[in-house]
Design a protein around this ligand. Structure first.
Ligand code: PNS
Length: 163
């Protein structure tokens, strides 16, 4: 079984992320979800809250055997992959815009350490879902509960109740 890293900020972890995770595991990989700090992004949920919501989701969906959650340390993703003996990075593509964003990163990771990126096309029914849009819709009072696993929804509600 090869280890692959699914990195991202997951702020919050959506049904699109869950679908990607499930499909990467179904291909026979041990999946490490690497949650980044991402200080450049205006986040809603802190790192530990995001990790806890993902862990609960994996438990609820019976994915804990094949998937684990870690913090992506500050530094290069390829160094983290090397440390874990991961053979590849997994990323989802919702559209050509995603490909434009992903392509230079994938090429850079290959240049730096010959780490390949496996791209999975997002399920068409989920391709409009992004963490940033979910945050925006939620902040403006819209219902995002059918775009998120329940633990992410709980985390979002709790965060907005205290802020
Ligand atoms: O879900 P996101 O926020 O688009 O994820 C971005 C992420 C975490 C994949 C990206 O920022 C990343 O790979 N960070 C690690 C830093 C790194 O290695 N940068 C140089 C290689 S491109």
């Amino acid at each position: 079984m090869s280890t692959v890293v699914l990195p991202g900020s997951f702020d919050p972890f959506t049904l699109g992320h869950l679908d990607l995770t499930r499909r990467a595991a179904a291909l026979g990989h041990h999946v490490i979800i690497a949650v980044s700090h991402n200080p450049s992004k205006q986040g809603t949920l802190d790192l530990e809250t995001r990790k806890a919501a993902i862990t609960r989701t994996l438990e609820e969906r019976d994915l804990s055997q094949s998937v684990e959650v870690r913090t992506l340390p500050r530094g290069l993703l390829v160094d983290f992959c090397r440390e874990l003996g991961a053979s590849a990075v997994v990323r989802g593509l919702r559209s050509q815009l995603d490909l434009a964003y992903e392509e230079p990163m994938a090429r850079m990771n290959h240049h730096l350490a010959e780490v390949d990126t496996l791209f999975l096309l997002t399920d068409a029914t989920l391709s409009h879902i992004s963490s940033s849009l979910v945050r925006e819709v939620h902040a403006l009072g819209g219902d995002v509960s059918d775009m998120l696993p329940a633990p992410s929804m709980d985390a979002l509600r709790t965060a907005s109740a205290v802020s």
